[in-house]
Write a new protein. Structure first.
Ligand SMILES: Cc1cc2nc3c(=O)[nH]c(=O)nc-3n(C[C@H](O)[C@H](O)[C@H](O)COP(=O)(O)O)c2cc1C
Length: 199
């Protein structure tokens, strides 16, 4: 059921680092990105799969994890991502304003994460990263990295919570290190159609 799959496709930030994802599997996940909608059908996004350990470490050092978890600098050794899909904009393929590519990226990254979750692989979108990533990957000027997808088999449990009365949207970890993500209710996000005064 699509709802079940969407519900379980949560951001995961701790992984079983000893459990690798095959390169063909990763290529198939990028394949799913191809089928996403694209403004003007320009399809300006490109992807790079990184699994090699030294390069992974260099990328890891440029990423910022879980801003709300102030005491947690990110996953420890042994719990780090086993693969990255670096998502970039190919400026030469951009037909309209750059923001359109970000809509495409939302769709494409969700396709990838849904496809991954179906296979028990989870990940996290990382948009907070150092621009040095382009240097590390020796990218030509035409490419602009706009998102890094960190992937692996999970080493943490993530559960959805109702928003508390105070409306706090910050995720948190409990004493057992279970990650809790508050989500707004349907009532909260659904606006009723207003009756016009002359009706
Ligand atoms: C556009 C975007 C950028 C994000 N950037 C980061 C990031 O830099 N670091 C991080 O740890 N999580 C990042 N996240 C993950 C969010 O924190 C996560 O989606 C949110 O806490 C809700 O959890 P959920 O994905 O399980 O619904 C990002 C998510 C999105 C959609």
């Amino acid at each position: 059921m699509i709802r079940k799959l969407i519900e379980k496709t949560r951001s995961v930030r701790r992984f079983q680092e000893n459990k690798r994802i095959g390169i063909d599997q990763l290529r198939q996940l990028v394949h799913l990105a191809r089928f996403g909608g694209s403004a003007r059908n320009a399809q300006p996004l490109k992807y790079m799969i990184v699994t090699e350990s030294k390069l992974r470490e260099r990328i890891f050092n440029l990423l910022k994890w879980a801003g709300y978890l102030k005491d947690w600098p990110g996953p420890d050794r042994g719990e780090r991502p086993v693969a990255y899909i670096v998502c970039m904009l190919d400026r030469k393929r951009c037909k309209g304003p750059e923001r359109e590519a970000h809509f495409d990226l939302g769709i494409a990254s969700q396709n990838i994460l849904l496809g991954a979750a179906e296979q028990g692989i989870y990940g996290c979108r990382i948009a907070a990263f150092s621009r040095d990533i382009s240097k590390i990957l020796y990218l030509e000027e035409r490419y602009k990295v706009i998102l890094v997808l960190a992937l692996g088999y999970p080493a943490e449990k993530v559960v959805i919570e109702k928003l508390k009365k105070d409306g706090d949207i910050r995720y948190w970890r409990d004493e057992k290190n279970v990650h809790h993500v508050p989500k707004r209710s349907l009532e909260d996000i659904l606006l009723p159609v207003k009756k016009l005064p002359f009706e």
